[in-house]
Design a protein around this ligand. Structure first.
Ligand SMILES: Cc1ncc(COP(=O)(O)O)c(C=O)c1O
Length: 431
């Protein structure tokens, strides 16, 4: 039997209808291979796997190191025990449902709502969730929740400083860089970057390397505030990074912008572009902290943290301090990196709870070997899936279909659960 392709539509929670943009919001992560599947296979698999998800007796977090020994005594969660495998299989079913509904232009079906309740565009360690659960009502014996704290208290300041220090340690961030936590998501930085940096040079030109949907949106947004130079002709399809020797960089550009991993199109840079003395800006939203990075090569790195290091609501911005102060007067003050860094990310009310969660995730990364270990595990996980695809004689095609995001918190056991049905599916359906 041939394969049938369908796209996944996973809307942000709380929406009552689904748009094509929702589909774009949920893509494959760093080193994320993609594969085709068939509706029939998804149905078969989801029905045969339902039983095993119920009888899952694994320790939450598997072989991960705990954040805090007392977490082990915490009650096992009643929900959220689905593995990446089940997520992938059931997402397929959701995709089919959603696609049908979208074509029929219907509002959400109860089945769709059920899927929305169970699947999210990120993976977080169970240990982090348990720690947050334990501290939700009373943070560190204070008798109040982080959710209730005033951002003007020293406790919130400490939460923010803890997250900053961990990030500095994990990425070995040099002292001449500021770390700030902003709101507005990665999309906010599509405007924030030109607003803060275009004034660096009089020509008000910015170089953009467009290798997928997110960098294309960023370049479009930058056009509101600057002249945009696309450094290579637009690509017929987003499938690889054009050879840097063909890039046409403008020497008068204030900065050179690129996206390290195009979450939707799966195009990932495996090198840091050499742009000489130009200011290099990178959107690392979907592979942030999945590998070591030499921060000193960049003017600015930004990442929405909801993929690899936390929950939605925070955008981490790492900016070289001598780039601050060139902001356009039209820039909303909450996107002004100088103002935010002078105020320790506390110019206005920050998303305290999301920053707290990020601190727990960063602690989890540190306790589990740091970024180098995340990198090694990432290689192992992606090789496990790549091997199947490479040995499939073209059965699995590496574009489109279901994205398997191999974010840091996806375990090797999860990937094994994904690879087994991929193999059996191929055995059954290849002619
Ligand atoms: C690489 C990349 N950049 C930017 C964004 C936009 O981020 P946000 O939804 O936080 O605005 C995304 C979202 O998925 C992304 O994957």
């Amino acid at each position: 039997m041939g394969t049938m392709f369908f796209q996944i539509f996973v809307p942000a929670s709380g929406q009552t209808s689904i748009t094509p943009r929702d589909c774009h919001q949920w893509g494959g992560g760093g080193k994320a291979p993609c594969y085709f599947t068939s509706l029939q296979e998804v149905k078969q698999s989801s029905s045969t796997q339902t039983g095993s998800s119920k009888t899952n007796e694994e320790e939450p977090g598997g072989s991960e190191k705990i954040l805090n020994p007392s977490v082990r005594s915490a009650a096992k969660p009643e929900v959220d025990t689905l593995s990446a495998f089940h997520v992938q299989r059931l997402l397929g079913l959701m995709a089919a449902t959603t696609a049908v509904l979208q074509f029929a232009r219907l509002r959400m079906h109860p089945l769709q709502l059920w899927f929305l309740k169970h699947f999210k565009p990120l993976r977080m360690s169970q240990l982090v969730l348990l720690e947050a659960q334990k501290e939700l009502v009373g943070y560190k014996g204070l008798g109040i929740s982080v959710l209730e704290m005033s951002h003007r208290t020293s406790d919130v300041s400490k939460i923010i400083r803890k997250a900053e220090n961990l990030l500095r340690e994990l990425l070995n961030i040099p002292d001449n860089y500021k770390v700030i936590f902003l709101q507005g998501g990665g999309s906010g930085q599509f405007s924030g970057i030109p607003l803060n940096l275009i004034g660096l040079k009089e020509a008000r030109i910015a170089d953009y390397v467009v290798t997928g949907g997110w960098s294309a949106i960023a370049a479009k947004e930058a056009e509101k505030y600057s002249k945009v130079n696309l450094v290579h002709p637009s690509l017929p399809q987003y499938s690889k990074v054009p050879d840097p020797s063909t890039w046409n960089l403008n020497p008068d550009a204030s900065y050179v912008y690129y996206c390290a991993n195009e979450t939707v199109h799966g195009v990932e840079f495996d090198f840091v572009p050499d742009v000489g003395k130009a200011v290099l800006v990178c959107d690392m939203s979907s592979n942030f902290l999945s590998r070591p990075v030499d921060v000193s090569k960049f003017g600015v790195i930004f990442a929405d943290v909801q993929k690899n290091i936390g929950s939605a609501g925070v955008t981490a911005v790492i900016v070289q301090d001598d780039l601050l102060g060139f902001v356009l007067k039209e820039c909303p003050i909450v996107l002004d990196c100088k103002v935010e860094s002078e105020n320790g990310s506390l110019y206005n009310t920050p998303p305290c709870f999301s920053i707290y969660i990020m601190g727990l995730v960063l602690e989890w990364i540190k306790n589990n070997g740091g970024v180098k270990t995340m990198d090694k595990l990432g290689e192992i996980k992606s090789e496990m899936i790549d091997d199947i695809i490479d040995n499939s004689n073209g059965f699995y095609v590496s574009v489109g279909g279901i994205h398997a995001s191999l974010y840091n918190a996806v375990t090797i056991e999860d990937v094994q659960k994904l690879s087994a049905p991929m193999k059996s599916f191929m055995e059954r359906h290849r002619s």
